[in-house]
Design a protein around this ligand. Structure first.
Ligand code: NAP
Length: 292
């Protein structure tokens, strides 16, 4: 069994990005600039955004954090988005989700200029990804593809089961695993109404679990020699931890790992790759490598 080390892989990629940024700056070009909008004070969102700002420093990017209280109106937020669309110094930006209920997330996503949409959530990027055109690919599925590639996990012609069909993980993951230039796999997507979920999993060469149900995938659902990618990160109360909780994956790691050819841990698997891929998208935006 090979443990897929997302933390180490992410560190390697961030070092590669930092090298590239040095070359860009040495050639007299502008340092890539990522802006992030954070609304409110949700603990998880605060942590994610702080980690993104930290990653920008490691990569040598300029970063700007724009904060709003959770009482901000939709109009106010949309006008900031439009301002960032027009700001020539900002190469890419994100609006940290979730947003308060008075604001339509979809409206915000669609207001972002797709050429600066480094989260890859804009329908133009999603659509371009679906037909295999150059675009910003959302960070979590992109990070998983990168892990599979760097660990040389065989995917072509294999049976891949994706658990979960969210817009940010399950759906794009399934698209990428299906496409010839990425996974080239035979893909099945399961969700909360899938009648044959366990059976599908038992036949899978690759299982990608993204449902947010701690320890859902058990040993009896996994074929001997399968590759298991655990996207789940549910906060589970844990008094032995300083913060009072631990991050729990969707896979019952201890019993599943011995059956696997490859497996990702939680934490330290998919999570670190997500921020790292946001950095890679920012580099692409800075270099105008996808859209001029
Ligand atoms: P989401 O929007 O809540 O979607 C969950 C999906 O799982 C839905 O499609 C749902 O089915 C399905 N599902 C829920 N319970 C199920 C069950 N018992 N059996 C089968 N399918 C079930 O979640 P998400 O945003 O995709 O995130 C999924 C997990 O990944 C969460 O733990 C999240 O924290 C984590 N995550 C991690 C990262 C990272 O960087 N590591 C990034 C993003 C998300 P229906 O469609 O039928 O409701």
């Amino acid at each position: 069994m090979t443990l897929i080390d997302g933390k180490a892989t992410a560190a390697t990629i961030k070092a590669e990005i930092a090298e590239r940024v040095k070359e860009i700056v040495a050639a007299g070009n502008k340092r890539p600039h990522l802006a992030a909008i954070l609304v409110g004070h949700d603990g998880g969102s605060e942590t994610y955004v702080a980690n993104k700002v930290k990653a920008c420093e490691v990569c040598g990017f300029k970063s700007t954090l724009i904060r709003f209280e959770d009482t901000v109106s939709e109009d106010e937020l949309l006008s900031k988005v439009r301002e960032l669309n027009e700001d020539a110094d900002v190469d890419g930006f994100i609006v940290q989700l979730p947003l308060p209920k008075q604001i339509s997330e979809q409206k915000v996503i669609e207001t972002i200029d797709y050429r600066k949409d480094v989260d890859g959530f804009h329908p133009i990027n999603v659509g371009r990804m679906a037909i295999g055109l150059p675009c910003f690919i959302s960070a979590t599925p992109k990070g998983i593809i990168e892990l599979l590639k760097r660990y040389e996990v065989p995917t072509s012609g294999k049976k891949c089961v994706v658990l979960g069909r969210s817009n940010i993980v399950g759906k794009p993951m399934a698209q990428l695993m299906m496409q010839k230039c990425y996974g080239d796999s035979t893909v099945t997507v399961c969700h909360s109404h899938s009648a044959t979920l366990k059976q599908e999993c038992r036949e899978a060469d690759i299982i990608i679990a993204a449902i947010g149900r701690p320890d859902f995938v058990t040993a009896d659902m996994v074929k001997e020699g399968a590759c298991v990618i655990d996207v789940g990160t549910t906060r589970v109360p844990d008094n032995t931890k300083k913060k009072g909780f631990r991050l729990n994956g969707d896979v019952k790691f201890d019993e599943v790992a011995p059956k696997c050819s490859f497996i990702t841990p939680v934490p330290g698997g998919v999570g670190p790759m997500t921020i790292c891929m946001l950095m890679q998208n920012t580099l692409l935006a800075g270099e105008k490598a996808i859209y001029k």
